[in-house]
Design a protein around this ligand. Sequence first.
Ligand code: HEM
Length: 456
Amino acid sequence: MATSADPGSPPGALPLLGHFPAYARDPLGFVTRVSAEYGGVVPFRLGPYAALLLTDPAAIDEVLVAKSRDFRKSRATARVGVVVGNGLLLSEGDAWRAHRRVVQPAFQHDRVAAWGETMVREAEAFVSGWDDGEVREIHRDMAALTLSIVARTLLDSRLDSRDIEAVRRSVMTLTDHFDSRFNSLAFFIPDWLPTPGNVRMRLAVRRLDRIVYRLIGSRRATEGRGDDAISMLLEASTGAAEPLTDRELRDEVMTLFMAGHETTAVALAWSLHLLSEDPEAAASLEAELAEVLDGRPPTVADLPRLRYAEAVVSEALRLYPPAYALSREAIKPTTIAGRALPKSGIAFISVWATHRRPDIFEDPSMFRPERWLHGLARRLPRGAYLPFAEGPRKCIGASFAMQETVLVLATIALRFRVKPVAVSEIHLRPAVTLRPAGPIRLAVQGRALRSASAGA
Ligand code: HEM
């Protein structure tokens, strides 16, 4: 029975529901208040389950790395299973290990680097449709752009525009579906009930399935495969002890798709929003682009010198981590930071509140890309900065995502400066990812391309 009398636990737990209603009403406010008042390891109740709210880096590292074998992904994450099946995001144990071995080669450095050209080409084509001075809805734009990038890199670089549009419509439907379910009572509506939302969701999955299975079939039938992720998974799987079935391949592709598009879309949207409000940071970025690129589009070879662009993305991921919380369920009784967690207990890691700890990040709510320029990442304690998580279940697409966001940001900032349309606070919507609650409207001002020698 839930109780507020757990030692060190915040008051207000309800029978059966525990602190869940208080959390669901204001997920970011709840973790911010509770961790500020009760510390880095706080017992609380999520529904009927004992839980620990973690913002202490050492305790977080214990869950994700040292004691990762005591945990599995939690029930909340499992809700996306209706779309991604038993792909990497959700599978556990030996099945997860075997699949991670098959998928990993597609994300090796050279392979990811080879997708750089597509990323820049798609971004250039996208911004070529922007007019000087017009107002854009930047989150919607970035969602469309990152979708066409994942479609061309993961599915097929030659996908025609009809397929891209079908993929875009389906994925948007799915993203909105999960978005409306998360952190609300609608979370408890079973997927099999034929509600209008569930019917739309199933139709979208069917449309996507048709395309993915068709592509898998055509890759199996041809000798010379492409440079997309489906081809790479087939290639790696052919040599494996147990080659992947079409269904398993489909689950992995769908997983990469769902995990790899909205996350980068919000990362880019927040980066551009933050830059729009900070003309000095925008000018520093433009100066770097002028020096490194001299007016030409960026390439993967430029990345080591695009340090300010990378710092902008790192800082946006700190302030607005797309995966703002990570949760794990104990598969046996364990301890974290000396506190007991029973079997089925939940380790709830607030990435949001950890990234805003004043004892770790000076002026934590300020946007300061410069903080990343002098080796901060190396000095931070383990578990303090974790936009991509840590340990064996760390994001497999982390370098893909960093490469994509930095290249896209550089491509946009080379041609346009973004400005806020009106001074209005952007509200947050913590759903599957940390999204803006409403549109982010930015005016885009065309920039004359100048080289460093001509002055930025
Ligand atoms: C800024 C962009 C991204 C962020 C912030 C992000 C964040 C994360 C995080 C935090 C996890 C761990 C989740 C957990 O432990 O519960 C994760 C896992 C994963 N991500 Fe990403 N991700 C991003 C982009 C991508 C991309 C581009 C791809 C693929 C193309 C991808 C594929 C995956 C997969 C397959 C997993 C599951 C890995 C496993 O459990 O073995 N992600 N991501």
